[in-house]
Design a protein around this ligand. Sequence first.
Ligand code: ANZ
Ligand code: ZN
Length: 805
Amino acid sequence: MYQAQTIEKKWRKIWEETGVHKTDLNAKPKYYCLDMFPYPSGEGLHVGHWSGYVMSDVWARYKKMQGFEVLHPMGFDAFGLPAENAAIKEGIHPKINTEKSIANFKRQLNEMGPMYDWSLEINSSDSNYYKWTQWIFVQLFKKGLAYRKKAPANWCPSCKTVLANEQVEEGKCFRCDSEVTKKDFPQWFFKITDYADELVDDLEKLDWPERVKIMQRNWIGRSEGTEVTFDVVARNEATKQSRQNLKISVFTTRADTLFGCTYLVLSPEHPLVRDLTTDEHKKEVIDYCEKAKRESDIERTSLEKEKTGVFTGSYAVNPVNGKEIPIWVADYVLASYGTGAVMAVPAHDTRDFEFAMKFKLPIIKVIVGEETKDNEAFVDYGKLVDSGEFTGLTSQNAITKITQWLEERKLGKATISYKLHDWLISRQRYWGTPIPIIHCPKCGEVSVPEKDLPVELPELDDFKPTSEGKSPLAKVASFVKVRCPKCGGQAERETDTMDTFVDSSWYFLRYPDVHNDKEIFAKEKVMHWLPVDQYVGGIEHAILHLLYARFITKALADLKLFDFREPFKKLFNQGMIYYKGAKMSKSKGNIVSPDEIVKKFGTDSIRAYILFIGPAEQDKEWTDRGIVGMHRFLQKVYGLVEKNVSNRDKNSDKELTVWRERTIKRVTEDFENFQFNTALSALMEYVNAFSGKQITFDLLETLVILLAPITPHLSEELWQMLGHKESVFKTSWPKFNPKLVQAEKITLAIQINGKLRGTIEVDNDIDEKKAIELAKKEINVAKHLEGKKIKKEIFVKGKLVSFVI
Ligand code: ANZ
Ligand code: ZN
């Protein structure tokens, strides 16, 4: 009888005693399989949380069986607002609360039967770790990559803290959902923009999901365009003085539309707004700007929002045709992008079009395409009309030519704009890494000498933020008062702490040398294990965490700490688990607690079921029936081994031998593609094929090995029953005999618009992608497809490929 709990307890004890999961940090060939380290919330884990961890554990075990020395560590992203907010709510110190949560997390993680080597655990709120987070800050500061400036910051009035742009979601705080406003503060920044180009360009080299790369590209938002300078004109004597020599620069990606520019628009924060506004318009403009500053960038640029704006009373000259055009102020222009001003071309830009319609500004068409409509902007590229000497050029050519024309006259230049801003890393909160800076009235900002690190976070009873936006650390005189390390004079410590994303931007570099107290890590250790071969985590980290980790890696590479420039070679995002129609979450009250299911069916059933319910990268629905079904399958496997354990006959059934080889092939290939669900189907089919046949020992051995990464406890038990003394994880992953798995050939018909145009001979297990690729190459088919746009591609397994053109 399969008694999951007994077996699982037994094997976890044996693993612990024999140290099978210890990583030999010097061994080769190496494989680094990493989970995004969790934030230890008080709520604990539900089976939805298990999914990513199970997948990476299965993958790590598989790699181990392939002969790699695997580093598969775990740790805790333990600083941060949630711990602090929870602590304030419950009146317990964040340190104690965090420790409690970590203990519970560890217990729950261990229930999964993972191969973590806990001796390498990281806790980012431990001073042995944050000492090095501070050390990184000091290095960046010395290189000019960390700097302080006064900046309008997103301010959450409820959390009483500054938020990074990334932490504002649709104008609301990402933690507490309150409306975010703007407030001026001196803030610390990391100069991530210095790496903008490399951060875009290196995406090409990464084996990451395409959608994550797209999100990163969009976030960095590199855009090639032209800066055009407009002279401001004085329309009457009164304004002549003040308007002279004023110039407005705009950033445009469409220099080809310059002849259609009928007005300029400044952002409400633009420094020239005040000078340009005539007395007559002053009140209206000032009121408008005040209101706009309170809105979030997302609201301001929303396409749905009705356009608003005000006229300044001033005019500028369009440099290509000398026409005078009015200067407006509108909130749809952002202060932080390009030059904070735009040349409006209502005929060819949707927002400008709406704006011009509303305020009755002229709309002049200068680009024509195949179908141009009158009631909307024509935004595509086309041919130029009414554009002086450039008339007749294509948009692409005109962009180059007009930019050149401007450059020759010093009226503009080719330029690149980025949406990416420097990373605001200071937080006015208690539960974070203290920023290691001392403010000296004589010497200015001085970094804490390395020998004085860590700057310990003081024990504090009142850790609530102050209402004037200062960190609670500012209340601790013994912390604040300090001698300047340079001149020895009276000075004050910086009291802000770092954004938790700083803590998580480098933890993966520390695991290979986690106990080093002399340096952040030994170069050769990091060079041995990094880059991470496989990183596994949620899609919610597609932008921020991954971008920051990439930036810090590049900055540290420039400090010669190691030679690689990208931290994560491969990335996998697991799908989410739904239950009763909604994403599993405590707040929705639809969680399935692993504790209960482990008691009923055992860990291995949950592991296998999580992999079986659907493609690993997709969202999927948990069902109570499904887990029962999976448990039955494991029971069946157990029964099969129990019954046939002594059948050492080598004359296996011929057909089953072929099945076995094919199963090895299928499972291996599926594993390689993270298709664990179909790997499990292959194993189920294999077991079904046993029915009514002679089941020999060798057939069972293969089954047990192939299942081992998925159901490690059960496989260990069965492996022992089959007479082995060593752990099943010391066995190597089986290879199949290619002769035995040779696929049968079949003929596929190829149709174009329903007509037979050719046939191809292919393996009967060919997949869609390959079939379509081969079909397109068939001579006659290729001839018919040449120069045509394929509207649809259809693949009917075993029968045909059909194209619609
Ligand atoms: C004139 C123009 C004509 C534009 C046209 C577009 C179409 P991306 O591709 O995102 O870089 N723009 C420039 N700075 C802006 C700001 N601070 N706030 C809001 N919009 C701004 O977008 C570049 C385009 O966004 C620029 O090209 C500019 O409008 C606008 F038919 O200039 B365009
Ligand atoms: Zn000093």
